[in-house]
Design a protein. Structure first.
Length: 330
């Protein structure tokens, strides 16, 4: 049994802030931010917009594309480090707000690698026969975890959510493999300045940008090599690579190392900035139903911890949502 992708959706806060609209007190510039990171703008949650509200909107769109009723969802895995509350989980808030009465719902915290971690859990449960229809969500309101006077971090991040619907199907398509790793050696390079058990506050983002950059390039490279080796593939066999959107220069290093043509890499950092766990599904959702025309899609992530991961998704170009495999197999 494979976990096939049936739908994808995304949500962004209403407010978009361009580099030029950042406070002048930051003493930064559009030129510096674009040339060092690729970021041109970010979306910032306003009053009433939360990680859960963005996750609900993204999930509702994904379910609509998948033609799946909320009642059919039996698993919700939500990747976030900016949940609405310490508890209950943001996944259960999504569950209630979508009217899903009975499911397994929980959050996963793996920072920017959270979506691939969540995908790995959903894929494993579907393969084991423990779940049949999963909502896998990456959702963040990182703007609320930033020190808005620290120009070295606050210009990099944004808010948003992306969701994917997976269904169990006897099909060669779907999640082909998911690899997730972590190494606690990185804990001091990217972290918050506080936490519930230490300072009783959420803290703000602190980062050793250079070290994170070096590690991200190394792990993107290792992960892609491992995935290609595992599947006896070359870059030519890949239709699309969707990397975590942290810095365009990290992505360019990967393209150089593997000689990957630009059109094979999905880049949305200029629009969304780094939305942590939401970054990969938010990018993927930009393609809408166009995702079904890509046969082999690779996801790559690196995040705080350090955590990293890669996944290979396979789509059947003929299996549009109108004709989805899950419906036929039920
Ligand atoms: N505007 C203007 N100047 C700035 C800004 C800014 N926004 N930010 C930093 N600078 C200055 C610094 O103060 C420094 O000035 P100095 O030389 O006078 O001290 C200078 O620019 C160079 O700073 P560096 O930190 O060396 O700049 P660098 O080229 O390394 O770029 C950056 C910094 C963009 C943060 C880069 O290191 C990076 O992208 N790192 C990876 C970040 C990343 O991937 N994060 C992932 C987060 S994942 C998660 O799990 C949350």
């Amino acid at each position: 049994m494979n976990a096939v992708i049936l739908g994808i959706g995304s949500a962004l806060p209403k407010k978009c802030v361009s580099n030029d609209e950042l406070p002048s007190s930051l003493n930064t510039s559009d030129e510096w931010i674009v040339s060092r990171t690729g970021v041109k703008q970010r979306y910032v949650a306003c009053d009433g917009e939360t990680t859960a509200s963005l996750a609900v909107e993204a999930s509702a769109k994904a379910l609509l594309m998948a033609k799946i009723a909320p009642a059919d969802v039996d698993l919700i895995v939500l990747a976030t480090v900016t949940g609405d509350y310490s508890f209950p989980s943001t996944a259960t808030i999504v569950q209630r707000n979508l009217g899903i009465e009975k499911a397994v719902a929980f959050d996963v915290g793996a920072a920017c690698s959270g979506f691939i971690y969540a995908l790995d859990i959903a894929d494993s449960r579907i393969r084991l026969g423990k779940s049949r229809c999963a909502l896998v969500i990456g959702a963040e309101t990182f703007s609320r975890l930033l020190d808005w006077s620290d120009r070295s971090t606050c210009v990099l991040f944004g808010d948003g959510a992306g969701a994917m619907v997976l269904g169990a199907a006897d099909s060669p398509c779907g999640v082909q493999s998911c690899m997730v790793y972590s190494d606690g050696v990185g804990i001091d390079h990217l972290k918050t300045s506080g936490g519930i058990s230490t300072t009783q506050t959420a803290g703000v983002v602190e980062m050793n940008g250079r070290e994170v950059f070096r590690f991200a390039v190394e792990k993107f490279t290792e992960s892609l090599e491992e995935l290609l080796r595992l599947h006896h593939m070359t870059v030519d066999d890949i239709d699309l690579i969707v990397p975590h959107q942290a810095n365009i220069r990290i992505v360019e290093k990967l393209m150089e190392r593997f000689n990957i043509p630009r059109e094979k890499v999905l880049v949305t950092i200029h629009k969304h900035a780094n939305t942590s766990a939401a970054s990969i599904p938010l990018s993927l959702a930009e393609l809408g139903a166009g995702i079904f025309s890509k046969k082999n899609v690779v996801l790559l992530s690196v995040g705080a911890g350090f955590t990293w991961g890669a996944a290979l998704l396979r789509f059947e170009p003929s299996a549009q949502p109108e004709d989805n495999i899950y419906e036929k197999k039920r």
